[in-house]
Design a protein around this ligand. Sequence first.
Ligand code: NAP
Length: 248
Amino acid sequence: MKLLQDKVALITGASRGIGKAIALRFAAEGAHIAFTDLRDDENMQALVKELEGMGVKAKGYASDASNTANTEETVAAIAKDFGRIDILVNNAGITKDGLLLRMTEQQWDAVINVNLKSVFNFTKCVAPIMSSQRSGSIISLSSVVGVSGNAGQANYSASKAGIIGFTKSVAKEFGKRGIRANAIAPGFIITDMTAQLSEDVRKEWAAKIPLHRGGTPEDVANVCLFLASDLSSYVSGQVLHVCGGMNM
Ligand code: NAP
């Protein structure tokens, strides 16, 4: 029996990067996949095809996770198309880095809205569905910098720290309905997001990591699978660090 056989998973911002790796990992364990991304483009279509080729139901939805009305419509459509939602992965995220004194209001608002408000949007829409099913697993992508802070990332760190407080509150509010809520705090993971960093910054990061390498999206997806599945049936309100030991 596969770990997520016939479960329905909703993953935000999953056309590429960590979200895509999570979608593929879950599908390999038998989950049907509803995923969102800003645009219905070739990445979205290619992922739908790849997932369907793995024998599961899959559909991509163009949706801005930071937009509340858009999220309500999207979750309603997914509930109609798939009949239930067992797993929610709040993955969509962006960076707009800059030192605080140079950070604009636009940089602050964009990162807080896409990274944190999106988690409120999707969790609020999905929680009633999971409540009526009396079970569910909600996993949100935080970051090690949400715990440790990072110069040049005041907006991003604040959004990721906010996810941790939000996750613990949801775990306390919804535990009695059989819903678990946990966060993952990745460290330095090799995706388009970190590809923007200079070679020097990447070398500096690697030197701080006891395992002496950046993580892969699959490293994160494996931990997400644990939190999504019944293997973690007594784990809620926790933050799992996936950072090669960088944060301890
Ligand atoms: P990524 O490669 O930049 O991918 C981010 C995805 O989110 C893209 O598919 C993007 O869509 C989508 N997205 C952006 N804004 C959106 C919105 N408003 N609505 C819906 N989707 C949106 O990032 P990643 O590295 O895979 O990161 C995934 C998550 O892990 C993020 O929350 C990130 O903060 C977190 N994380 C990453 C690292 C790391 O080292 N990579 C470390 C810690 C935490 P488009 O393709 O349309 O842009």
